[in-house]
Structure formats: structure tokens, C-alpha cells
Design a protein around this ligand. Structure first.
Ligand SMILES: N[C@@H](CCOP(=O)(O)O)C(=O)O
Length: 433
């Protein structure tokens, strides 16, 4: 399979090049040349398949031409070594819990898959790769964990100082080894811009090999489509329904875009809802047709604090830049911190289900946007204990922190402060400062 850039100015590349490069040289995002429609017999037989079984078929549709089946199956099997259960929250509303992986967030799926695929390609090429990742909270820990101790790979995690939860910060600043945490004086968007500029810098790219582990990278992004199929298979097992709507907490738009890919592959989802916090650039685009990226503001659903979502370009490309076609498939709502916090409290009191701030935002969007003939799923993208202070303040009840998560807080923070300055970042990367 070949991959083209959304900016259409860069050369078409192989999977290996797309994964190792991360971002296309024209600053566009790579897209697979074809999105295969999965055969009806796959959907008919899905009820008998496991998460791994379903994901192997989806992975083969994307990567089967480029990676031997045995190797690809092993990558999928190793990646998905944890559960992704679908649970009923109330009549007509189900939650897909994506936080049972090692770092308690949905990013584990893409990050673990990408780590394995990149190792496969790097082993073939025998060269050291520097993985750059900008995080507003969850990507950093999943990528750091996925690549920890992997030979031939150095990871630089850039995060906005003071704008991620204590637990999230501990997850990627305490690991040491091949993981370097850069604490940037700025927003997530500043971190993401520094990373993107690094890919465009000729001198830097001559001296060291760089790739991205954000959803910019196809190996991080495409595997996120696996669990949409798994959600559907579980819903069919649990209830009878005619129309399915899925609500996705949305920041950098990688998760939503992966769902749109699943729909293009034939997943019988009627439509999507993009749940925004106060960073509602995408909701505004859906409503007005105008896309105005701007500086993000800090909220309690911090992983969604993104003002210039990278995957917006992929959505435009997927829908041939038609605003009408995009709004046929996606609607959007936005919520303030107060509304998110009240939802955490109310759902906890009414059903005993504990939401994290991102899941709460997606739940609210369903309550507002779900139609009466629809059965709905929202994605819980992170474990509530990652936002202990916020969740406890909302419910007024202490939260049980899983041992593996609490363990991160026992280690010493090791981060390097970095002003929002590309030259200084470049020096750090090439080891001169
Ligand atoms: N929400 C993210 C921001 C980066 O998104 P990505 O999917 O492009 O890695 C985070 O938690 O860091």
C-alpha cells in the first residue's frame, strides 16, 4: 500500500517510509491510498470473533501488503493484551472502556502497535530513531511506556508545563532510560508546533533520524480503528438496535478520524458526535464552515486542550473537502468545566458509574445529541484515577487508584525545562545543550 500526503505536494511513499518519516515533507499527514471495504461475511461472523481476531482482519486491510501475516498477527496480538469492555451505563447508552492498558488510556492501543511496527522496520534498517511526541496528557505516557528500553530508539516527550494532571506527568517523567521529558513553557499546540518544525528542519534531519508518535503517524493512528469494530461486535451481543451513534471525546481528532475510517470500511455506524471542551475549533467548523485554529485554553479535560487539531486535515481529505459531507456524518457539542464536573457527579450518583472528565464530555454530548431511535456508545478514553483531584472534587468521594498507576507517583520526576523556542529544542535533540 502506498501513502500520500494530505498536502499533495510530497512524493507518495511506502508504509515503511510513512512510519519512519511520521510527517510528510510538505507538512501534510500521510493517508493510505485505499481504504478497503470489509466483506459482509466479516460483519456477519464478527459475533464469534475476539478483539484480537477482529483487529487482525482490520490490520490486514491496512498493512497486509507490507508486513508478513504472521508478523502482523503477532504485532496485533502483543498490542492488545488487555480488555476493552463495552458496558451499559443507562438505557440506550453504553460506554467503551479504553483504559485497561498499561498506561490507563486509549493511546495504549496505537502506541503499542506503533512501537512494535517501528521496531520491525528499524531492525530491518539498523539505525537509531528519535521518536518525538507532543502530549496534552495521555499520549506521552503511552508512547513512553510503549518504547521504554527499546534498543535503537530514543523518545522525547514534549508537554505543556503545569497543564497535565499530576498522575499523567508522573507517568512519563519518572521512567528515565531512553525516555526524555521536555517540560515546555507553553501550550500543547506549542509542543506540537515544535515537533512539526523539527521534521521540516533540513540540518536536523541530516544529523539525526526523527519520527513522530502522535496520531500524525499512520502506525499510531490507523490501529485506533480496531476498537470501533469491537465496540459494534459487543453491542450486537448485548442488545438489539437499528441505528448506532458513537460519541468521541475530541482534541487532536485522531480518535474520531480512526472511527471515520472504520465507517468507510463498512462499520454500520450511523454517525459520530465529536465532544469538545472549551477548545471547540472543530465544533465551530461544523457549524460555520470556518476553520480558525487558535491557542488552546486549559480545562479539566486537559487531554482535549488542543487549539489546532492535526487530524483536521485528514478529515477534510477523507471527505473531499466537502463541509456538507462532513456534517452529514458528524455533529458536535461543547462543554465547560462546570458542566463536565456536574456530569461526573450526576452519573456517579444516578448509576454508580465513574466517568473521567473526557468520557464525561462525550456522555454529555450523547445526552444532548442522541436521537430517540439511536443506540449510543461513548468512548471512555482514560481511567478516572488519572484525574484524581478533579474526579474527587466532582463526586465528593475518594477514588480507588489502581496500584500500577499509584506506583508512578513513588518515583522521582526527571524533566528538562524548555522555553518555547525551536533553536533550543534543536540543541537538545542534537545533544549540545
Ligand atoms: N490528546 C493527546 C494530544 C495528542 O494527540 P495524538 O492522538 O495526536 O497523540 C494527548 O493526550 O497527549
Amino acid at each position: 500500500m502506498k501513502y500520500y500526503s494530505t498536502n499533495k505536494e510530497a512524493f507518495i511513499v511506502s508504509l515503511q517510509e510513512a512510519v519512519v518519516k511520521g510527517l510528510a515533507p510538505d507538512r501534510g499527514l500521510y493517508m493510505p491510498e485505499r481504504i478497503a471495504r470489509l466483506p459482509q461475511k466479516f460483519f456477519d461472523g464478527m459475533m464469534d470473533l475476539s478483539l484480537q481476531g477482529i483487529s487482525k482482519t482490520v490490520a490486514e486491510a491496512f498493512f497486509g501488503e507490507d508486513i508478513p501475516k504472521e508478523k502482523l498477527d503477532a504485532i496485533v496480538g502483543d498490542t492488545l493484551s488487555f480488555e476493552i469492555p463495552l458496558k451499559k451505563v443507562e438505557d440506550g447508552i453504553y460506554v467503551l472502556e479504553l483504559f485497561h492498558g498499561p498506561t490507563f488510556a486509549f493511546k495504549d492501543v496505537g502506541a503499542r502497535f506503533m512501537a512494535r511496527m517501528l521496531s520491525h522496520f528499524v531492525k530491518e534498517k539498523q539505525e537509531e530513531v528519535n521518536v518525538l511526541v507532543a502530549t496534552s496528557g495521555d499520549t506521552g505516557s503511552a508512547v513512553a511506556n510503549g518504547f521504554l528500553g527499546v534498543e535503537g530508539i530514543r523518545v522525547f516527550v514534549l508537554y505543556p508545563s503545569g497543564k497535565v494532571s499530576d498522575m499523567q506527568e508522573a507517568q512519563f517523567t519518572t521512567l528515565g532510560q531512553n525516555i526524555v521529558a521536555l517540560e515546555v513553557d507553553g501550550t500543547f499546540d506549542d509542543c506540537q508546533a515544535l515537533v512539526k518544525s523539527a521534521f521540516m528542519d533540513d540540518e536536523l534531519n541530516k544529523r539525526i533520524k526523527l519520527t513522530s508518535a502522535n496520531s500524525i503517524n499512520v502506525a499510531r493512528f490507523l490501529p485506533q480503528s480496531f476498537y470501533y469494530f469491537w465496540a459494534y461486535a459487543q453491542l450486537v451481543r448485548q442488545t438489539q438496535f437499528t441505528k448506532m451513534v458513537i460519541s468521541v471525546p475530541s482534541g487532536n481528532l485522531g480518535n474520531l478520524t480512526a472511527g471515520l475510517f472504520a465507517k468507510r470500511m463498512g462499520l454500520p455506524v450511523d454517525r459520530f458526535i465529536a465532544a469538545n471542551n472549551r477548545n471547540d475549533v472543530f465544533r465551530e467548523y461544523l457549524q460555520t464552515g470556518q476553520y480558525n485554529p487558535r491557542a488552546s485554553v486549559q480545562t479539566i479535560a486537559n487531554a482535549m486542550d488542543v487549539g489546532a487539531p492535526s487530524n483536521f486535515d485528514r478529515i477534510l481529505d477523507l471527505y473531499g473537502h466537502s463541509h456538507k459531507a462532513i456534517t452529514n456524518d458528524i455533529s458536535s457539542f461543547r462543554y465547560s468545566d462546570e458542566e463536565i464536573s456536574t456530569a461526573i457527579k450526576n452519573v456517579y450518583i444516578e448509576s454508580g458509574y465513574l466517568l473521567d472528565p473526557h468520557g464525561a464530555c462525550a456522555y454529555l454530548a450523547l445526552k444532548e445529541g442522541k436521537r430517540s431511535d439511536e443506540t449510543a456508545i461513548f468512548l471512555a478514553t482514560a481511567h478516572p484515577a488519572k484525574f484524581k483531584e478533579t474526579v474527587e472534587a466532582s463526586t465528593g468521594a475518594p477514588i480507588q487508584v489502581p496500584d500500577a498507576l499509584a506506583a508512578y507517583m513513588q518515583h522521582k520526576k526527571q524533566s528538562i525545562p524548555l522555553p518555547n523556542d525551536f533553536d533550543l529544542f534543536k540543541k537538545k535533540l542534537i545533544g549540545r545543550s
